[in-house]
Ligand binder design. Structure first.
Ligand code: KG4
Ligand code: ZN
Length: 486
């Protein structure tokens, strides 16, 4: 039959009358053909779909699919030789895929001979992936590819650990459908820093609106959500509880899986959203308002802390210096901007720490002393120079330890994470020979729920979940958040 002949193909349910023709196609197609009795039995099974492709009264192909536990298993598919070029196999598969979509099944799977390259190519074109091999599956001993099209899971995540109320919707591994962030900075800056009680109240006032807006921006309905994720710690306990309580109620009402995520692991996972090619293992420097950690990311759910600050976190030092300079809260972005106009000529002492640990309180105190003495002497402060010098001292400490960790681990990938990873000078300076550096866009560096969704994706893949009685955990350790969930 010529390829350009236009014929009408009807895909319909098989009846007993079709079996005769189906058996002929089956016997022409396979050496280990199913018998007539099997096809007749399949017609009667309640969980089996048996479709035929009919052309002008003739059965040209068929497909048999089992619908088990929300998964469709294509058991048999064949097309009469003369009709293969018409794309009938593809149409039969499409009919099953659209049935699957309509009925929100979790996946469609099939086995295919490894030697049948044209069939493998057809299935790949329809969205199937090879997920494994079944050894000696066919009666002649040939292996089968196990192929799947899986529904991409939809994750709704909430983050309320500090002063950002955020909700994100993620489809699959890294398709970000929405990432709503309400920052309370304007409220807290009146007090020069985050006031925990005010943070909790503001989360409470905003959370419903932010979640609703994320769901509407994502263009999904609540029943499409597969997993509800939330930051469980570390953070301000009152603030954490708002997100935790809200998402527990949501997961319960929607009858969805629920998972509590470590905030810092979320910061690390933000990199997977912006750089899908980044895969563990790699080295990560986490720099935020509360953390300064060098982390060996051994797997998506496996972390080893190689070094940490013994006192202040980098973000804390930025905020403190900015406060004394009268720059307001949060100080990081302001120092970053002013440093560009200054020269790093003031020598502040650097902490001498063993191994891969950091210390920033000495530097912070030195900068504060410098500012106070200058003020006492009545000298005018050169704020851009102070910012640039402080920043250079921070960058040099971060660079030195990170370089050591890069050499120690031998990893070829390095990632930055956390609010301070938004810093332009740190992003520019932390590069190492033979190592690829990654950092998320600024919107994914500072607190947001997208990063929580990204971390949740991988924990869920690995089979983790949280009970609805899980509590907020303000000082939980990296890599240990699933060890105790009581
Ligand atoms: O990760 P994050 O949003 O919240 C915590 O988990 O702590 O980090 C907030 C910190 C603040 O200390 C803020 O000053 C700092 O990140 N930060 C910056 C910059 N943008 C935010 N620090 C230096 N340079 C920046 N551009
Ligand atoms: Zn953070």
């Amino acid at each position: 039959m010529e390829e350009n002949v236009r014929v009408e193909v009807v895909i319909r349910e098989a009846t007993a009358k079709d079996v005769e023709q189906v058996v002929v196609i089956e016997e022409k197609s396979f050496s280990d053909a199913w018998s007539k009795a099997i096809f007749q039995a399949e017609l009667a099974l309640p969980y089996t779909m048996f479709l035929v492709a009919e052309i002008e009264g003739l059965v040209a192909g068929y497909i048999i699919v089992e619908d088990i536990a929300s998964e469709l298993n294509i058991m048999n598919i064949a097309v009469l030789d003369d009709f293969r070029k018409l794309g009938i196999g593809g149409m039969l598969v499409e009919a099953i895929l659209s049935y699957g979509k309509k009925n929100k099944v979790l996946g469609v799977t099939l086995e295919c001979r490894v030697s049948n390259t044209s069939a493998v190519a057809l299935y790949k074109k329809k969205g199937f992936h090879i997920e494994g091999v079944r050894k000696g599956y066919y009666s002649d001993g040939e292996d089968a590819y196990i192929m799947w099209v899986k529904k991409k899971k939809i994750i709704l995540a909430v983050e309320t650990s500090c002063d950002e109320t955020s909700c994100a919707v993620l489809r699959g591994e890294n398709e970000l459908l929405a990432n709503e962030v309400y920052s309370q900075i304007d409220v807290h800056k009146l007090f020069g820093g985050v006031v925990p009680e005010i943070a909790s109240r503001n989360h409470l006032m905003k959370i419903s609106e932010i979640v609703e807006s994320a769901v509407s921006k994502a263009g999904i309905s609540y029943d499409e959500i597969d997993l509800v994720a939330v930051t469980r710690g570390p953070g301000l306990v009152g603030a954490l509880l708002v997100g935790l309580t809200y998402t527990k109620a949501l997961a319960y009402a929607l009858d969805k899986r629920f998972i509590g995520i470590h905030h810092i692991e979320g910061h690390i996972a933000a990199n997977y959203l912006s750089s899908p090619e980044l895969k563990p293992p790699f080295l990560c420097l986490v720099v935020s308002g509360g953390h300064t950690h060098l982390v060996d990311v051994r797997g998506y759910t496996e972390f080893k802390v190689l070094g940490r600050t013994m006192d202040d976190a980098v973000g804390e030092a930025y905020d403190k210096v900015a406060r004394v300079l009268g720059l307001g809260y949060p100080g990081g972005p302001k120092i970053d901007r002013l440093a560009k106009e200054g020269r790093g000529t003031i020598e502040f002492p650097k902490a001498k720490m063993d191994g891969l640990d950091f210390s920033f309180s000495g530097l912070k105190t030195a900068v504060l002393n410098y500012i106070n003495s200058a003020r006492q002497r009545g000298e005018e402060l050169n704020i851009p120079d102070i910012c640039a010098s402080f920043q250079e001292a921070v960058v040099s400490a971060l660079y030195e330890k990170t370089k050591k960790a890069v050499e120690q681990t031998g990893y070829k990938s390095f990632a930055l994470a956390g609010g301070v990873a938004a810093n332009s000078r740190i992003r520019e300076a932390l590069h190492f020979e033979g190592v690829k550096s990654y950092y998320p866009p600024i919107s994914l560096c500072t607190d947001n729920a997208a990063m929580i969704a990204a971390a949740a994706y991988h924990y869920d893949e690995a089979g983790y979940s949280s009970p609805l009685f899980v509590n907020a955990s303000p000082s939980i350790k990296i890599g240990e958040s699933f060890a105790e969930q009581g």
